[in-house]
Each structure stands twice: as structure tokens, then as C-alpha cells.
Design a protein around this ligand. Structure first.
Ligand SMILES: CSC[C@@H](O)[C@@H](O)C(=O)COP(=O)(O)O
Length: 358
């Protein structure tokens, strides 16, 4: 199946070429396909903050390349370039708070920096590390897609109606996708009747990105208002909710796009299985539980305006863009190291001791 999945890898959102980071602008999809080139760490940080690039793994990969750009400028400036590079680490780390992949990738870059030997070219070494982070995410996607499909096949063999939230596909990762990777692979395996894609207010990752990715591949997809999910679970024979994650804590709690928590509550009520798909770079064993995860709050204008026009003038808005699903509402966490069923602290610790499966 791996070969089949590789052949199906079409859309890319991140490219490193000619010494620059090229990002497909996710703010204007699907109406326009616009690429921007970035040549400084500060520009990459701003692209992450403004959500030109988004999705936990994609943010981490972009930050790693951003650090390479920072190192290039600091080396050219001479002097104590490693000390000066700390500013770039900081500006990239400050771009978004919730997805731990960002900090994981920056830590990996820092570790590589600390391991530099005198005879090594620092820039080549850091570039190789960033490329390695990108490639390993791509491979993790393929492994998770296979594991997720096996789970679906094991639990129900016939055609499935699946529901997903936000965008977790090629646009959000270095390769095939996490949750959407499982869904795409399930479709290739002939297991999908229909995918219900939550529109994912307020930023509309579902309408603008997930529906686009699935429609491009001929996957039968229907877009629905987020608030329709419980009704659809009751009336449309949905068997799985499949979502990604931005941070998973040591006890198996999962932070993901706002609205995920209510999906999990509803899935439990309706006997619908709940699968979280995320690479181990999304797991933060330093945090005991989801209560410790910093939840990003974005500008209220995302709610108060539509296309720049006010729709609810004169009131305040509260706009947390992630929520935390408690571990006891989750049936499976699928990672490239294996699957955890009914996650808890002991099972998460065991998972993290395992090697990657491929
Ligand atoms: C593979 S992506 C997993 C998550 O990052 C995704 O579900 C999500 O919440 C993305 O949020 P976003 O605000 O679009 O960056």
C-alpha cells in the first residue's frame, strides 16, 4: 500500500529550493494558488503567525527551514553567530503557541547546532537536519495512513461514512496527511462511502482546504456546518470521527482545532469511534495533562467580520482556536510508532519508548 500512497502524493504546501522556503498561501486557497518565497527567519515566523502555512507538522517543518535561513544570515554577519541566532529561535518560537511540533522542530535544530563538529559546514548541517525533519514527517504520514486503515478494516470491513474536522492533509503536513492521510488511504482501499467535512469556523480550514483536497482526489465529500455534526452522527450512519492533533500530553489528552472536544462528546453519545492521528512529534511528554496546554486565542475579528465586513458590530468576541479532548473520550491514537487504544499515562509512556515502525 505504501507505493500506492506515495503515488497519490500530489499536493505540496512546503518546498525548500534555491536557498529559500516556498509556501503555498493557505489564506487564499481554494480560489487562488499563490506561492511565496521566504529568505529570512523573521519572514517565516510571520508566515506562520499569519497562517500562510498552518497545521502542526507543517508549522514545525517551516520553523526548521526558518532557522536555516536565520543561520545563513547570522553566519554572513560574522561574530558570535550562534549567540545571535538565539533571536531567530525566539522569534520563530513566538509565532504560534499551541502546536508542539513547532517547539519540537526548533529543539531538534538546537540539538544539531550543539553537536556541530569543527570540521562541519554549519549551514549544510542545519539544512540537512531541516530536510530530515521534513522527510521523516512524510514517512510518518505513510505509516500512520496504513495503521489507520488497518484499524478501520478490523472494526468494520464494509463502506464507511467518516467525519473529520479542520484540515489535516497534505497542506498541514510534510506529505500525505495525518487524519486526512488515513481517510485518503481508506478511500484508495475502497473503504469510504462518504466523508463529512466540518467547515471548521471561523477560519474555514474544512471548507477551504479539506473539501478542496478531497474533491481534487475524487473522494466523495460533503461539507457541513460544525453544528450539524451531532445530527449527522445520528442520521448518516457515521462510524468514525477521524481528527489530527496539535499537542498530546503525557496522559493522552489531545489539543486540536476548536470544536474537536464537542465532536468527541457527541461521538461517545452516538457510539461512533473516535480516532486521533498524529506523529510522535505532536506528543509532549513534559506536560502531564491537557490543562497545561497553552490555548491560542486569535483576533476576535475572525468572528466579528466576514470577508472584512462586520457582521456582529458592537460586541466583544472570544476566539480560542483550540480545545482539549480528554483521553477518556478517545478510542485510538495512531502514530508512526504504533497505535494506542484507550490512551492513558502508562500506554503513552510505553509508546514513546518504541521505535518508529518504518
Ligand atoms: C495534521 S494537522 C493537525 C492539526 O494541526 C489540525 O487539526 C489543526 O488543528 C490545525 O490548526 P490550524 O489553526 O489550522 O493550524
Amino acid at each position: 500500500m505504501r507505493e500506492q500512497l506515495l503515488a497519490a502524493e500530489k499536493v505540496k504546501a512546503i518546498e525548500w529550493r534555491d536557498g529559500a522556503l516556498h509556501l503555498l498561501d493557505q489564506r487564499v486557497l481554494p480560489l487562488e494558488e499563490v506561492w511565496h518565497a521566504y529568505t529570512t527567519a523573521a519572514e517565516v515566523a510571520e508566515a506562520i503567525r499569519a497562517m500562510v502555512v498552518r497545521g502542526a507538522p507543517a508549522i514545525g517543518i517551516s520553523a526548521a527551514y526558518g532557522l536555516v535561513l536565520g543561520a545563513r544570515a547570522r553566519l554572513a554577519a560574522g561574530g558570535d553567530w550562534k549567540a545571535a541566532l538565539e533571536e531567530d529561535f525566539q522569534v520563530l518560537a513566538d509565532s504560534r503557541p499551541t502546536a508542539v511540533n513547532l517547539f519540537w522542530a526548533l529543539n531538534r535544530m538546537r540539538e544539531r547546532l550543539e553537536r556541530l563538529k569543527v570540521e562541519e559546514d554549519p549551514l549544510l548541517a542545519l539544512e540537512a537536519e531541516a530536510l530530515g525533519i521534513h522527510q521523516s514527517d512524510r514517512e510518518a504520514n505513510l505509516t500512520m495512513a496504513q495503521l489507520g486503515v488497518e484499524l478501520i478494516r478490523k472494526h468494520q470491513g464494509n463502506l464507511q461514512n467518516l467525519l473529520t474536522h479542520c484540515n489535516t492533509g497534505a497542506l498541514a503536513t510534510g506529505g500525505f496527511g495525518t487524519a486526512l492521510g488515513v481517510i485518503r488511504a481508506a478511500h484508495l482501499d475502497g473503504l469510504v462511502e462518504r466523508v463529512y467535512a466540518d467547515e471548521t469556523r471561523p477560519w474555514l480550514q474544512g471548507s477551504r482546504l479539506t473539501a478542496w483536497e478531497l474533491a481534487n482526489e475524487g473522494v466523495p465529500v460533503s461539507l457541513n456546518a460544525d453544528s450539524a455534526a451531532a445530527h449527522l452522527m445520528k442520521t448518516k450512519g457515521i462510524t468514525w470521527v477521524i481528527v489530527g492533533a496539535d499537542r498530546i500530553t503525557a496522559n493522552g489528552d489531545v489539543a486540536n482545532k476548536i470544536g474537536t472536544y464537542q465532536l468527541a462528546v457527541n461521538a461517545m453519545h452516538h457510539g461512533v469511534r473516535f480516532m486521533v492521528v498524529a506523529p510522535s512529534s505532536t506528543i509532549d511528554m513534559a506536560l502531564e495533562s491537557g490543562d497545561d496546554i497553552p490555548i491560542e486565542e486569535r483576533d476576535g475579528r475572525e468572528l466579528l467580520e466576514v470577508g472584512g465586513r462586520p457582521v456582529a458590530a458592537g460586541v466583544a468576541a472570544v476566539n480560542p482556536v483550540f480545545d482539549v479532548t480528554p483521553a477518556d473520550l478517545i478510542d485510538f491514537i495512531v502514530t508512526e510508532k504504533g497505535v494506542v487504544e484507550r490512551p492513558d499515562a502508562a500506554k503513552m509512556a510505553q509508546l514513546m519508548c518504541r521505535k518508529r515502525l518504518h
